[in-house]
Design a protein around this ligand. Structure first.
Ligand code: NAD
Ligand code: UD1
Length: 339
């Protein structure tokens, strides 16, 4: 197994995964329509990995072009990152989310089937667990009580893959449920580059630190958590990227349909993260406590045991590493990938 089609490979997680794939000896072939990423990412991947991946500027929903890509390359497996991920936007434009996320997966599956490529790793999310009844969350815990269209697309795609596997078990699917990816490559050359005002906590913190935003709003301090602020499982994006390399090894040696959480198994509160960021970087983050954000849950963190047992997945970066690398990326690229 060598040639890996990476849909959404120009994005935050995809770009870090391409770097790890190249260093593990794979050949990533990227398909991305750049709806949430920049062409400069390719130069940066090349700079880090010393190899420029083949890149197709293409929408995964364009069946004809996808077919051509599979004609041009002997693709061994696909890692499917392409998708829209902004929860708030998904509430305003649910049809866009269903069309893009589910539509792209349907086209991808169709083209893969036509070309006899039956190995797929899919980017799912901890959001499919909704508000969990218990933590740490196990892969067998209930899913589907989703609270927004984005989460619903992930849940429906998981079901699509499960029923496909039920009909034809020559498919190999690995569903990876990511918890909260943060951090950046240690080179500071690639990282998260949100458009507009960030929705997620870490990019908001780094933009306050760099002076682009005046103050962090902490959404609620009256949750049933040790300090009252929300608790999440923050995982370094390079650890997450390595998880995909391990998943590729698994799919080759033990095929089937498998589901894994990719998290650290540790919960960190909003204020813990702010303090860790301040300590790691010798900076002060201006924040105020405001109302809860509608739809937020108190606590969410993974059981990382199954991924450890079956993939050998063990995170190596700490929260301090995450904070240092996020800041290194932000301060070296105050305008993201735009010069
Ligand atoms: P991202 O937006 O940085 O990357 C996604 C990439 O997909 C972008 O480069 C975008 O241009 C591309 N894309 C979107 N729709 C496309 C289409 N139809 N055709 C071709 N390219 C398309 O997001 P990310 O953070 O790297 O997330 C990658 C995947 O992981 C997504 O599916 C996301 O839902 C999932 N995920 C992300 C997180 C997170 O917090 N970042 C958490 C859980 C799951
Ligand atoms: C978000 C997404 C979720 C996705 C996950 C991982 C929402 C509602 N949910 O969840 O679907 O799977 O990212 O990418 O967007 N916080 C603040 N101030 C801020 C931003 C966040 O206090 O400005 C708090 C939140 O209340 C939460 C924590 O920080 O307690 C983390 O928030 P965020 O980074 O948005 O991730 P999630 O809410 O876990």
């Amino acid at each position: 197994m060598k040639k890996i089609l990476v849909t959404g490979g120009m994005g935050y997680i995809g770009s870090h995964t391409c770097v790890e794939l190249i260093s593990a000896g794979y050949e990533p072939i990227i398909v991305d329509n750049l709806c949430n990423s920049k062409p400069e990412v390719l130069n940066r991947i090349e700079k880090i990995a010393k190899k420029r991946p083949v890149f197709y500027l293409n929408d995964v929903r364009d069946e004809e072009k996808m077919d051509k890509i599979f004609d041009e390359h002997n693709i061994d497996a696909v890692i499917h990152f392409a998708g829209l991920k902004a929860v708030g936007e998904s509430v305003k434009k649910p049809d866009l989310y269903f069309d893009n996320n589910i539509g792209s997966t349907e086209v991808l599956i169709k083209v893969m089937k036509k070309h006899g490529c039956k190995n797929l790793i899919f980017s799912s999310s901890a959001t499919v667990y909704g508000d969990p009844k218990r933590v740490p969350i196990l892969e067998d815990d209930p899913v589907g009580a989703t609270t927004n269209p984005y989460a619903e697309t992930k849940y429906r795609i998981e079901n699509m893959l499960k029923s496909l596997y039920g009909e034809d078990n020559s498919w190999n699917f690995i569903i990876l449920r990511y918890f909260n990816p943060i951090g950046a490559h240690k080179s500071g050359l690639i990282g998260e580059d949100p458009q507009g005002i960030p929705n997620n906590l870490m990019p908001y913190i780094t933009q306050v630190a760099v002076g682009k935003l005046p103050q962090l709003s902490v959404f609620g301090n009256d949750y049933d958590t040790p300090d009252g602020t929300g608790v999440r499982d923050y995982i370094h994006v390079v650890d997450l990227a390595i998880g995909h390399v391990l998943a590729l090894e698994k799919i080759q040696h033990a095929p089937g349909l498998m589901v894994y959480n990719l998290g650290t198994g540790v919960g960190t509160s909003v204020l813990d993260l702010v303090r860790a960021f301040e300590d790691a970087n010798g900076l002060k983050i201006n924040y105020k406590i405001v109302e809860r954000r509608p739809g937020d849950i108190a606590t969410c963190y993974a059981s990382a045991d199954k991924a450890y047992r079956e993939l050998g997945f063990k995170t190596k970066y700490t929260i301090v590493d995450c904070c240092r690398d996020s800041w290194n990326w932000q301060k070296n690229n105050p305008h993201g990938f735009d010069k």
